[in-house]
Design a protein around this ligand. Structure first.
Ligand SMILES: Cc1cc2nc3c(=O)[nH]c(=O)nc-3n(C[C@H](O)[C@H](O)[C@H](O)COP(=O)(O)OP(=O)(O)OC[C@H]3O[C@@H](n4cnc5c(N)ncnc54)[C@H](O)[C@@H]3O)c2cc1C
Length: 391
């Protein structure tokens, strides 16, 4: 039986950061990962370029039953601390949009940086290792039975993430262990996820799959303005992924197709135009979409032959197109898991569970979910760092 001061299970963003910080403090630390390599999600993130942080991140970019929980960790290890680390490894990055920082070359650079920091700190890493059993020792600490060995440790950190992208190694391990230790879990559901539409109740989105434009989406009083993309199954693109975090089954999403395009003003000053509505809209929106949109809402006539009621109807549809998604594309396509271990169960300073001394949970497994745009990694680094100071 091998003895460690600290064992961290899950070598994603949060777990690896926590392991490095713990080892830096001189704690004999082991990081266990069941995949072949660490940071599988980091690798595929940001289209292979890892949107590793957001310059403007604050607690307001997160969803949780306790909107204050993330403040402490975010303020002690900020996005700027992580940016400094990235810079110290000479990784080139750029701001794509809205404060989103991406690697110029590849996500692999972030993985290599974490591996190099792990080595420097003396963090031991075992990959391809499944954990079969965890038990609390009567005289303190925890016992682990794994595929490779049996271990005991004083502090145990569960950093095995959420349910999204099971083909990349996501499991329900975090929630299983939370249940074993009698911790409350806030209802789980896919987040940052494409939404499905019923083809019989909507315009022919299948035929415009791949078409995208800038739009405003509102759901339950929350609003985002980013790109919207049609898919074979319904809607995606950043604006839909963002709003999906606020959408619950049965909710309506209002789409404003026209933000910043001045379509309304130009339409009102061209009421005598003999242009077909679809050709007029085609000046501002992808022609294929304008075509399908006008067909579906029966706007397929010249502007000058529309009466005032029809003009009002066109403007209101452009500004407030109401859609009722029938579901999400699920964890296979979701970037994150909403909900998770109830933050009431943990200290926001140390991430230790209140019920079990020496047992910590960090990362996406918690009921803390970020917007699209580097916020989820910002959270993973911050809480991993914070827990690393106490384990
Ligand atoms: C396609 C995609 C793209 C994304 N892009 C971005 C982005 O650009 N920017 C951003 O901020 N966020 C992005 N995210 C979200 C981000 O990846 C996650 O929020 C973040 O990785 C969560 O970190 P974590 O350490 O908590 O969990 P994870 O990164 O999921 O790490 C958990 C680790 O635990 C391991 N594990 C699971 N079960 C076990 C087990 N039983 N035993 C041992 N190990 C186990 C997993 O293999 C994994 O390595 C993206 C997500 C996806 C799916």
């Amino acid at each position: 039986m091998k003895k460690y001061d600290v064992i961290v299970i899950g070598a994603g963003a949060a777990g690896t950061m926590c392991g490095i910080e713990s080892a830096k403090r001189g704690r004999k630390t082991l990081l266990i990962e069941h995949n072949k390599q660490i940071g599988n999600k980091i690798l595929i993130s940001g289209g292979g370029r890892c949107n590793f942080a957001n310059i403007g991140a604050s607690h307001q970019n997160f969803i949780s039953q306790n909107e204050h929980f993330m403040k402490s960790a975010l303020s002690r290890y900020t996005q700027y601390d992580f940016i400094s680390l990235v810079e110290s490894h000479k990784i080139e990055y750029y701001e794509k949009t809205l404060g989103q920082l991406f690697c110029k070359k590849s996500s692999k650079e972030i993985i290599n940086m974490l591996l190099s920091e792990s080595k420097k700190a003396g963090l031991e890493i075992i990959t391809e290792c499944k954990v079969f059993e965890i038990k609390k020792n009567e005289n303190g600490g925890y016992f682990l039975r794994t595929q490779n060995d049996e271990f005991i440790c004083d502090s145990l950190v569960i950093a095995t993430g959420g349910l999204s992208f099971p083909n990349r190694g996501a499991t329900n391990f975090s929630y299983q262990i939370a249940e074993q230790f009698d911790l409350d879990i806030v209802k789980l559901r896919p987040g940052l996820v494409p939404l499905k539409l019923d083809i019989n109740k909507n315009l022919d989105f299948e035929s415009i799959s791949g078409v995208s434009f800038f739009a405003n989406a509102t759901c339950n009083g929350v609003n985002f303005k980013e790109s919207l993309l049609f898919t074979h199954k319904g809607l995606s693109g950043p604006v839909i992924l963002q709003i999906s975090n606020y959408w619950n089954s049965g909710d309506k999403i209002s789409i404003n197709i026209e933000p910043d395009k001045n379509i309304k003003a130009n339409l009102l000053s061209n009421l005598k135009s003999s242009l077909l509505v679809k050709n007029f809209l085609g000046k501002y929106l992808p022609a294929k979409f304008a075509d399908i949109f006008c067909d579906y809402f029966s706007f397929n006539k010249p502007i000058k032959s529309m009466n005032s009621k029809e003009i009002d109807n066109l403007i209101s549809t452009l500004e407030n197109w109401e859609i009722y998604p029938v579901g999400t594309e699920g964890y296979k396509k979701a970037e994150i898991t909403l909900g998770g271990i109830n933050t009431n169960e943990l200290s926001s300073k140390t991430f230790e569970t209140k019920k079990h001394s020496g047992l910590f949970f960090i990362g996406e497994a918690l009921d803390v979910s970020g917007w699209l745009g580097g916020y989820n990694f910002t959270w993973a680094w911050s809480c991993g760092w914070a827990a690393g100071q106490y384990v």
